[in-house]
Design a protein around this ligand. Structure first.
Ligand SMILES: Nc1nc2c(ncn2[C@@H]2O[C@H](COP(=O)(O)OP(=O)(O)O)[C@@H](O)[C@H]2O)c(=O)[nH]1
Ligand SMILES: [Mg+2]
Length: 261
């Protein structure tokens, strides 16, 4: 399905809903929010709840900071859908912004932020297809999460102007879809070293304070060699991107990184 069609679909879902849950990634809530989606919801007169998901990857202090900052704009909560933590918080927030007898909620956001996992959490069992493969949810589906609650899952939508690099950082584009993963991986490593100089040591037990050295050391550590004995740098680059997207390589952004206090 083309991106344009996806946007049309998501617009329709938002118009149909009483509340819009905008799901963002705890590691970069600001970078993974979508002003486009917020504009659509506002134009349609629908209240927005920002759901910071994957809170298990970030310290509680930083989660509280993000909540405080984002609360100035929209009702904001943080949860860990995979950890099955946050159902009550979600219910309370939904009831607060939409005090109706039955409420229809649209779950929107970038691919891979955890929309389907949140729906499973709300249903209390596993069924909406979740996948670490960005873009897996292809169809809109409506599920009954509680007697008073209907939830609509949506395919992840990405702004038309995001660069390939931004999409990889936000987890919306898989490393397999990149022709050359090296430049993006190098940038990612640079960011990681800035945020936490020890992160690659902690994650892989490897040394290196330069992006390329980190990749080379990972390739060595994993025994990734090409025919002829050269290091398979590309494969190591993909591993780093994948581990970041799947939350195995962990570093994160704070409001200060965006000059927000
Ligand atoms: N660490 C962590 N990972 C999560 C959480 N929620 C979802 N994920 C993972 O994020 C990936 C994408 O989840 P999915 O629900 O398919 O995202 P969607 O594309 O937005 O529907 C999967 O690998 C999930 O297991 C969470 O709370 N914490
Ligand atoms: Mg999904």
């Amino acid at each position: 399905m083309s991106l344009k069609k996806l946007w049309t679909k998501v617009k329709r879902v938002i118009r149909e809903a009483d509340v819009v849950l905008e799901v963002v990634d705890a590691r970069d809530p600001y970078g993974t929010r979508s002003k486009e989606l917020e504009k659509i919801a506002e134009a349609a007169g629908k209240p927005i709840i920002i759901v910071i998901n994957k809170a298990d990857l970030v310290s509680k202090e930083v989660m509280d900071e993000w909540k405080r900052v984002l609360n100035r704009e929209y009702e904001t909560i943080y949860i860990s859908a995979r950890g099955r933590l946050g159902t009550r918080k979600l219910w309370i927030a939904i009831k607060k912004v939409a005090p109706k007898k039955t409420v229809k909620v649209a779950v929107v956001g970038y691919p891979n932020v955890g929309k389907s996992t949140i729906i499973n959490l709300l249903r209390g069992r596993h069924s909406a297809g979740t996948s670490p493969i960005p873009g897996y949810t292809k169809h809109v589906q409506l599920v009954r999460a509680a007697t008073w609650l209907r939830v609509i899952d949506t395919p992840g939508v990405i702004p038309l102007r995001d660069s390939e690099e931004e999409l990889v950082f936000k987890g919306a584009l898989s490393p397999e879809s990149l022709e050359d993963p090296l430049p993006v991986a190098l940038k990612l490593i640079k960011q990681g070293l800035l945020k936490d100089p020890e992160v690659f040591k902690k994650t892989y037990g490897i040394e290196g304070d330069q992006p390329l050295t980190v990749i080379e050391n990972l390739a060595r550590r994993r025994g990734l060699y090409l025919k002829g004995g050269r290091l398979n740098i590309e494969e190591a680059a993909r591993i780093i991107i994948r581990d970041w997207q799947q939350g195995k390589l962990i570093f994160y952004y704070t409001p200060e990184d965006y000059n927000l206090k």
